[in-house]
Design a protein around this ligand. Sequence first.
Ligand SMILES: [Zn+2]
Length: 257
Amino acid sequence: MGLYHCEGIILRTRGFGEADRIVTLFTKEKGKIEAVARGARRPRNRLVGVTQQFSYLKALIFTGKSLDQISQAELIKSFAPLRDDLLKMAYATWWAEILDVFLPLNEVNSEVFLFLLAGLVVLEKVPDPMLVSRAFELRLLKYLGYEPVLDRCVSCQKAEGPFVGFAPTEGGLFCRSCAGAAGVNLIPVRPAALSFLRDLYQADLRELARRPVDPALGNELGQLLFTFIQLRAEKTLKSLSFLQSLMAWTPPEADLN
Ligand SMILES: [Zn+2]
C-alpha cells in the first residue's frame, strides 16, 4: 500500500460496478497504468469531469491490493475539442488504442508520453488530421519498436530499388526481384508516396498540420500503415474500423482544406 503522484493522459475509460470508472492512464512517471475512479459515474462526483477520455491530469494514486485507486485528481488540460468533434475523436481514439494495445503495463516511456501529448495538442487544432495522423502512426511504430523498413529491400537489403511494394508481414519494402521470388502479399506504393513517408519520420507535426492535405496520398499511406499496425496488433482494432467508416463517409468538400 502506498501513494504516488503522477501526470498522465487517459487512453480509455470503462464502467466498473455501479458508479465507478476504470481508467487506463498513460503516465509520464509509471508508464501505462489502470486505476479506478470511485464514484466517477455519479453526476456530482468530483472525479467526473477529470476522468474523461483524453483528459490530461495530475493525480494522486493510492496503490491497492488488486486495483490502484485515484485518490485526488486535477485537470491540466481537458482536450475537450477532441471529444466534441466526431472525426477528431475517432483519430484520438485510434491513437489511444494503438498505445493501449502495444504498451505493456507499468513500463516507463516518457518519450512516447511527450510525443502523445504533443500529438494531441496538434490534433486539437489541425483542420484535417489525415497527414498528421499518418506521421503520428509511423513515429509511434518507431518508438514502440515496430519501425517499418522504408530505406531498403527487407529481403536482400539493397537500397537501390526499384521497390514494387510494402509487405506488411515482413515489415518492409520489397524490390522487384525479391518480390517475384518470395511471393509475398504486397501493398503497392508509388515512389512519391514512399519518399513522403520517409520524410514523415523527421516531420514536425505542427509544421505538417499547416500543409495542404492530399487525400489520395493520405489514403495510400493509410492503407499501408493500417494494414501493418493491424497485423502487428494481433487483435481487431475497433477504433480503426470506426475511423475508416467515418473517413469513407466524410463528404468530399471536407477533404479540400
Ligand atoms: Zn530485394
